[in-house]
Design a protein around this ligand. Structure first.
Ligand code: HMG
Ligand code: MG
Length: 309
């Protein structure tokens, strides 16, 4: 274990992945307060929203207003999702610091999520990438279904590595290897990440794990052992993709923080503030966080539970 990193970068996806699948309308001001609280806790990279079709994902329809009203902190990178040039134009108009492009290792999921094949997604990315480079806009690229597909196709590590390599060659600074439906297990995670690491530098690999089967922390531990220390997570374990049937939330940021702190791995984020933020957004949603750590620390931090008010 001596090769474990001493620092990890958390990308907070709660305001986007976390909320995109919620059925109740979440007021823009609540999203803005969530973002403020995440920043106050020490988060330096977060997804603020998505410039996607509001017909496809209604919950992200106020991303323009979010970007206009953000209380910006210069130390924070505010990212948005952009599936195409229309999304990129929104990102530029909204002064996003960076963008996330997204494709998948599963053809079927890509069709359902962005209405095109993997090859076509790269064709769509080409003008976005050209414009992003001209505008000095850094971009990450997410590879969904890297550890399994909701449609039962077998996802080979070599396929994930091939898509990751194409993404890296486009110029993405980070390729986020995503377990969209939270089915992966640790040895599988190791195999996939090692296959990817044969094609692109370790420093360019990130992980984005949903926690449907409760494997995300174990998979993150495996990722750390492989040498990957860029982790996406979502406060309170919120999240899910409307086009990934059966998928539940992302790994909870507070669970990741607790594990990393216990292992002496620094993130710069305050665990207590993150737990308070988890209870804040859960209070609005009217249900407790799924996070074990948020529940375990509620009494210690004297947090008022308003999830059933
Ligand atoms: P399409 O229907 O093929 O696109 O959808 P289109 O170009 O024919 O446009 C259809 C309509 O959408 C038009 O409007 C466009 O103007 C509009 P209409 O004429 O019908 O009124 N449109 C847009 N509106 C706003 N912003 C845009 C935009 N683009 C077109 N950027 C499209 C293709 C990609 C647009 C659609 O499939 C879409 O928006 N998909 C997004 C799905 C999504 O957001 N999924 C969740 C995020 S990904 C995720 O959660 C996975 C991740 O977390 C990693 C993991 O866990 O795996 C990242
Ligand atoms: Mg996701």
């Amino acid at each position: 274990m001596s090769n474990l990193p001493t620092k990890a970068r958390i990308f907070e996806v709660g305001a986007r992945d976390g909320l995109q699948n919620e059925k109740v309308e979440i007021p823009t001001d609540i999203k803005l307060e969530l973002i403020d609280r995440l920043v106050d806790a020490g988060v330096t990279a977060l997804e603020a929203g998505a410039f996607v079709s509001p017909k496809w994902v209604p919950q992200m329809a106020d991303t323009k207003q979010i970007m206009e009203k953000l209380n910006r902190n210069d130390n924070v990178s505010y990212a948005v999702l952009t599936p195409n040039m229309k999304g990129f134009d929104g990102a530029v108009a909204g002064n996003a610091d960076e963008i996330l492009l997204f494709t998948a290792a599963s053809e079927q999921f890509n069709q359902k999520n962005i209405n095109c094949s993997i090859d076509e997604s790269f064709e769509r990315f080409a003008p976005v990438v050209e414009a992003a480079k001209a505008a000095n806009m850094p971009f990450r690229l997410s590879v969904s279904c890297a550890l399994g597909s909701p449609f039962g196709e077998e996802i080979l590590p070599s396929k994930v590595a091939e898509v990751a390599k194409r993404a890296f060659e486009l110029g993405a600074y980070e390729i986020s290897i995503a377990d969209t439906i939270g089915v992966g297990t640790p040895l599988q995670t190791k195999n996939v990440l090692e296959a990817v690491a044969k094609e692109i530098p370790l420093e360019a690999i990130g992980v984005h794990f949903h926690d449907t089967y409760g494997q995300a922390l174990s998979n993150i531990l495996m990722a750390l052992q492989v040498g990957v220390n860029k982790i996406d997570s979502s406060v309170a374990g919120l999240g899910g993709c409307p086009y990934a049937p059966g998928a539940t939330g992302n790994v909870a940021t507070e669970d990741v923080l607790y594990m990393l702190e216990g292992m002496g791995i620094d993130t710069g984020i305050d665990l207590e503030k993150m737990v308070r933020t988890a209870w804040f957004i859960s209070g609005f949603l009217g249900r407790p966080p799924v996070s074990s750590v948020a529940k375990a620390l509620k009494n210690k931090f004297n947090i008022n539970d308003s999830t059933s008010d």
